[in-house]
Design a protein around this ligand. Sequence first.
Ligand code: IPE
Ligand code: IPE
Ligand code: MG
Ligand code: MG
Ligand code: MG
Length: 292
Amino acid sequence: MKLQTPSTSLEMLEKRLVELIPKEGGYYSSLYDAARYSLLSGGKRLRPQLIFAVAEALDCDPAIVLDPACAIEMIHTYSMIHDDLPCMDDDDLRRGIPTLHKVFGEALALLAGDFLLTHAYKVLAEAPHLDLQQKIAMIQTLASLSGGDGMIGGQVIDITTTGKPVSREILETTHLLKTGALIASSLLFGGLAAGADSDTLKSLRNIGFQLGLAYQVVDDVLDQTSEEKRRGKKEGPDQAHGNTTYATLLGNEKALAYAEDLLEEALKDIQTFSTQNQKLSELAVSLVRRSK
Ligand code: IPE
Ligand code: IPE
Ligand code: MG
Ligand code: MG
Ligand code: MG
């Protein structure tokens, strides 16, 4: 099915994000300014890219997944804003610019995060091209996977274990929840928009968790090895906070080898649900073999 595709999916995404958070002139315009500061500050747009790639693999028009992709990027951005706050990771650089609380203050950063989180569900509820069942399935998927038994649960384990020695099992659970769950919802969104069957959805969910875990393992290694300029966030905060990560637990080389094993599994699984999987496979490779 092809609707209008005037530009590439990522160009469409950037344009749509601007439309969805319009400039507001009222008494609370600073809320919109703050949300736009973080949401429109670039970033790899990995989760939207995954949604578009799954849509392509399942022969679904990118215009159908555009608003769902924006909703996931809003959830991701809110999680980064809150993750950077002084009460969490206390970071002052994100996507190459000062973190939101450094520029707008902590209270507004908290509220801008709340706003993006809330707005994501409005965007999903109002998304064009989707029927009611698809919208409800997406809302339910996102609420579960980014909620208490998903991303937020993972963030809680992360902060309550900061500075403490952690077993590999706990570390794996933390990574699967804090990062894997939102990546799994991204793949599921592509499947739900395409009307995929339950076996395909199950497979997409597994691939998402595998890739999400691999992504966070590589992120932990890059935290120690990559330059601040290239990544747009500070080098070495995990080490500085005494955090257990895959890099500290296994060493960089073994951690990267583990990420490669996860990638190999994911690539095998990707072959099973679509023959049009080239973009998704390339994306999977690029998110594990990355330098930023
Ligand atoms: C950063 O996410 C947090 C992790 C889950 C490792 P991204 O690496 O996707 O960050 P942006 O969106 O490109 O800034
Ligand atoms: C972030 O993990 C995961 C979420 C916000 C859900 P990190 O704390 O490791 O991410 P960075 O290193 O700040 O990007
Ligand atoms: Mg964190
Ligand atoms: Mg952090
Ligand atoms: Mg990190």
